[in-house]
Design a protein around this ligand. Sequence first.
Ligand code: PPS
Length: 296
Amino acid sequence: MALTTELGRQLQLREVGGILLQAATVDNWSEIQHFEAKPDDLLICTYPKSGTTWIQEIVDMIEQNGDVAKCQRAIIQHRHPFIEWARPPQPSGVEKANTMPSPRTLRTHLPTQLLPPSFWENNCKFLYVARNAKDCMVSYYHFQRMNQVLPDPGTWEEYFETFISGKVGWGSWFDHVKGWWEIKDRYQVLFLFYEDMKRDPKCEIQKVVQFMGKSLDETVLDEIVQETSFEKMKENPMTNRSTVPKFILDQSISPFMRKGTVGDWKNHFTVAQNERFDEIYRQKMEGISINFCMEL
Ligand SMILES: Nc1ncnc2c1ncn2[C@@H]1O[C@H](COP(=O)(O)OS(=O)(=O)O)[C@@H](OP(=O)(O)O)[C@H]1O
């Protein structure tokens, strides 16, 4: 899957182990696989469009004890190195992580089978956020419309097929969520749901605080809930991607902080698409005891 624009090869998605990733990531694959994780690393893991930016801001606010000014030190993409990130001549995610003091918080969209082995060997903490597949698909569709370094998604009908077949960056939603769900009891994994974070942010943030081995005052917790709301993060230039040039993210097509809701799929799926999707979901997630809230 290759496209030609001025950004050239970065628009290509290439396969590693059957998973499509950005070509520059694949070029850098050996460095990524040999990444040396440390036992006190915390890795934020998500399928794309599942609430990565949101959980990053939450984790940073916790790390900074609710000090908003400290969280404004850098744009969110630069605070937690993205392990598979590669866009030469910029430093890669691995290079950035290697120069970071411990304890480090890192992030990835990689499925379990592609994760650098040192994360497992060092028994790192994994913070996984899952979002229901239908809203994920909708969010990813609009993201590919505005993201000029990912393939054009085509029409909604076309994208529906692409997403279901897993021929999108970082692969199939089904395999990704299943993969992380299945290993969660064997490693140090906090498995959260975007929908729970929407319904009761304070409760989910408390889980993260505990998982990180911290304790925070009630007032600090309330501050974190407030500062990490969709409305606040949409206005915050350090989280809303407004500093990313238009030739990469064209927010006039669709904003990065788009709606931040549960159930937007109902505004996109036809009845037939919904029935078909539910059937595919049943087949692919058979035997997996995982329940998503699809509407709030
Ligand atoms: N604070 C907060 N509350 C609720 N929802 C939020 C928040 N921050 C980001 N978002 C929504 O998350 C979607 C983007 O997901 P990611 O950050 O994982 O995107 S990415 O994969 O890192 O590009 C995208 O979802 P959609 O609005 O449905 O497109 C964002 O709007």
